[in-house]
Ligand binder design. Structure first.
Ligand code: GUN
Length: 283
């Protein structure tokens, strides 16, 4: 039976550290980190994510402002808003909730956010920093995964890691972070010939393909560490990319869904907001 990496508990502990740091920064510098979240349109999932982010900020003592815009907002108007936030010294972090309406070029919006205020770590310069190995803001989900791996004291050096899924938000950045930690990284995706074989070689599996229960116990090497990034809604339930019941019989450590990577993502966002604050305020 695998040990569970409890994302909820780890988040609680990490968020407490963030809260203490915010409080210390306020005392020592008289300023509070401020995150602005821009929500365009009325997508219920996005509204719910943004509510979660605001709640987490509030609990950690981070100031947050939500700016809601109608789905009909023009790209130019949204870019103008981002530019205003870029030059506002009272704003330390900017997050434009994705997806954006089809008439808006998301890449243009992301590129317009000042690199030092890009709490999502989606700006091309932050992505480049991750690839080169220089300092930048890490995307929240991969950062949360690394916090989880660090929590079990795994030495990644020389380990075989399989990343399933090649998204810009999770697959590609987590592959770079694993590489940076000296793992031997393989990337699998929808066109991979023999996923079961690839998985069987892996000491660490990061399942981030967005396909419910695609990784099953029979694909997993005995003692592997399995991180499930999947959040698939099936019959109104949240189901991971890993078939938990069969996988936990083989894995040494496994993350549940829900209560695994999900809470860590918002926790990383809080950490990123504090990091951006310190960078901007020269602390
Ligand atoms: N939509 C779903 N997840 C995210 C995220 O992490 N950041 C942003 N900006 N939009 C999202």
């Amino acid at each position: 039976m695998a040990n569970i990496i409890d994302g909820k508990a780890l988040s609680k502990e990490t968020r407490q550290h963030v809260k203490e740091e915010v409080s210390r920064l306020e005392k020592e510098h008289g300023k509070t980190p401020h995150l602005v979240v821009v929500l365009v349109g009325e997508d219920p999932a996005s509204q719910s994510y943004v509510r979660g982010k605001e709640r987490a900020c509030k609990r950690a003592g981070i100031r947050s402002t939500k700016i809601e815009k109608d789905a009909s907002i023009s790209e130019e108007a949204l870019l103008n808003l981002v530019n205003e936030l870029n030059s506002d010294p009272e704003v330390h972090g900017i997050l434009v909730q994705l997806p954006l309406p089809a008439h808006i070029d998301s890449n243009r919006v992301i590129e317009t956010i000042a690199q030092k205020k890009d709490v999502d770590g989606f700006h091309p310069l932050n992505i480049a920093a991750l690839q080169i190995g220089t300092k930048g803001v890490l995307p929240a989900t991969p950062k949360g995964i690394m916090t989880m791996l660090n929590s079990i004291d795994i030495d990644l050096q020389g380990k075989k890691a399989l990343v399933i899924g090649r998204s810009n938000i999770v697959g590609k950045p987590i592959a770079h972070l694993l590489l940076k930690n000296h793992a031997t990284v393989t990337m699998a995706h929808s066109r991979t010939n023999d996923l079961a074989w690839e998985a069987k070689q892996a000491d660490v599996i990061i399942a981030a393909a967005g396909k419910a229960k695609m990784v099953t116990g029979d694909m997993i090497k005995e003692g592997a560490v399995v991180i499930d990034v999947g959040v698939n809604r099936v019959d109104d339930k949240l189901i991971g990319d890993v078939d938990f019941d069969s996988a936990e019989k083989k894995a040494s450590y496994i993350t549940p869904v829900p209560g695994g990577v999900g809470p860590m993502t918002i926790t990383s966002l809080l950490q990123n907001t504090v990091e951006c604050f310190k960078h901007i305020e020269n602390i």
